[in-house]
Design a protein around this ligand. Structure first.
Ligand SMILES: Cc1cc2nc3c(=O)[nH]c(=O)nc-3n(C[C@H](O)[C@H](O)[C@H](O)COP(=O)(O)OP(=O)(O)OC[C@H]3O[C@@H](n4cnc5c(N)ncnc54)[C@H](O)[C@@H]3O)c2cc1C
Length: 413
């Protein structure tokens, strides 16, 4: 391979793909292109700590020396306009091309836009990048009232963080509960109750009809019921859409993401896709999914690197995710949609509990609040292909550990 591997997108997935290529012994050129003019950084702290602390520094994914030390040609500040698939070249915005033997698309996702009168006003923002986080941090230092549109993970993390920084925060969520279908209703209700206890106002079943401004800056959000919510900053957090346009224009198969097979290969063999941008058939549910998590980005990137060096292995990583909302560490493992019964361990009143979700006797996943040991055990159980019964779970963590230790995986006949 003379042109080597080019990776587009230097977020969690792109950086891991570059690192894994070297770990797997790949010795051709590795070029890592990203449009952001930053040393690649961790995204999760942006909504949890960075925006409330004027002194906080971005946390690099890898130190600068990592890239030069591993002959990874990091090219920040470059936007790729187009994939010329037949000639295996990328067109760089502003001129120039990059040839590749294999291409990894790690283009991530971007905040979903909201069609609403007033979104063009100053002070209306969303949070995806370090640049967004710097802007929110700067604005929040001179903002009393913040309105957040969307009661998903990021919106609620920001709500707790800016409340702790002294802002008056109102969350407006269109459906009748927080956190969509991402967690069980009991977890969503618990999160709501604790956020309200620290003074976050939450309006569910409510939308914002329009934003009002003064001198070009937002001054209020008007709800569907006509209430005027004062706001010097409005944060739109209504989810993300995958960055599939490069792939689409090159006629790669796309749906809710760039479609990839079990080895992370797109419909064109030379092109792989990983992370938030990739959609694939999940081994656990049998359905097509596109997951937005650091775990998914990192594990898929590792597998893509292994595919490039010649391994043929399916993607079998156990999905997991975490979110810090105020004094709650939420951890999820598995995919819990389709569950028909559950067992609760721990005490919601103590802000420490886990919900084990089952379909019949099959454990689908666990959602935990401040019970990290349950989460870690869940990762071990699902990773081993072990499903305890609801009765065993009800026996508590020691019973579960004993059952896992006694588990003998079935060996193929
Ligand atoms: C504020 C915040 C908090 C989060 N918290 C958590 C958490 O607590 N737990 C968790 O598991 N996950 C969390 N996530 C989600 C997690 O960060 C994402 O799932 C992860 O970043 C996905 O990695 P990725 O590499 O696929 O995409 P990204 O990290 O988004 O990286 C993609 C990069 O590609 C660039 N790019 C796109 N198109 C082009 C192009 N044509 N040319 C050049 N560059 C391009 C993008 O600008 C971006 O820099 C959080 C995300 C955010 C924004």
């Amino acid at each position: 391979m003379k042109n080597g591997v080019v990776i587009v997108g230097s977020g969690h997935a792109g950086v891991q793909a570059a690192a894994s290529l070297r770990e797997e012994g790949y010795d051709g050129p590795v070029i890592l292109v990203g449009d952001e003019n930053e040393l690649p950084y961790h995204k999760p702290p942006l909504s949890k700590t960075f925006i409330k602390d004027a002194q906080a520094k971005p946390q690099p994914l890898r130190g600068e020396a990592f890239y030069s030390g591993n002959s990874i040609d990091l090219r920040p500040g470059l936007w790729i306009d187009r994939i010329d698939a037949p000639s295996q070249r990328l067109e760089i915005s502003g001129g120039g091309t990059l040839a590749f033997d294999r291409l990894i698309l790690a283009t991530g996702s971007r905040p979903r836009l909201l069609k609403l009168q007033g979104t063009e006003l100053g002070g209306v923002v969303s949070l995806r990048s370090l640049a967004d986080a710097r802007l929110i941090r700067e604005l929040s230092a001179r903002t009393e009232d913040v309105v957040i549109l969307g009661g998903g993970f990021i919106g609620l993390e920001i709500a707790a963080t800016l409340r702790a920084a002294g802002c008056n925060v109102t969350v407006v969520e269109a459906v009748d509960r927080l956190l969509g279908r991402a967690v069980a209703p009991a977890i969503a209700a618990h999160v709501r109750q604790r956020l309200e206890a620290i003074g976050v106002r939450i309006l569910t079943g409510t939308t914002v009809a329009r934003l009002e401004g003064e001198a070009g800056r937002v001054s209020a959000a008007i709800t569907s019921s006509g209430e005027r919510l004062p706001a010097q900053m409005v944060i739109i957090g209504i989810g993300v859409v995958p960055n599939v346009e490069l792939a689409q224009a090159a006629s790669l198969a796309t749906g809710n993401g760039i479609c990839v097979d079990q080895q992370m290969q797109s419909s064109m063999r030379e092109v792989l896709a990983v992370g938030d941008a990739a959609s694939y058939r999940h081994w656990f549910t049998g359905g097509d999914v596109r997951l937005e998590s650091v775990q998914n980005a990192t594990d898929q990137a590792r597998l893509a690197a292994r595919t490039i060096v010649g391994h043929v292995e399916p993607y079998l990583a156990v999905p997991w995710f975490w979110s810090d909302i105020g004094d709650m560490k939420l951890q999820m493992v598995g995919l819990t949609q389709g569950g028909d019964n559950h067992v609760v361990l721990g005490e919601p009143a103590e802000n420490k509990f886990s919900i084990y979700h089952f379909a019949g006797n099959r454990l689908l996943g666990i959602e935990s609040v401040n019970r990290p040991a349950d989460h870690m055990l869940g990762r071990k159980m699902l990773g081993a292909g072990f499903s305890p019964t609801p009765q065993t779970v009800a026996g508590g963590p020691e019973a579960l550990k004993a059952a896992l230790a006694a588990f003998q995986p079935k060996t193929p006949a």
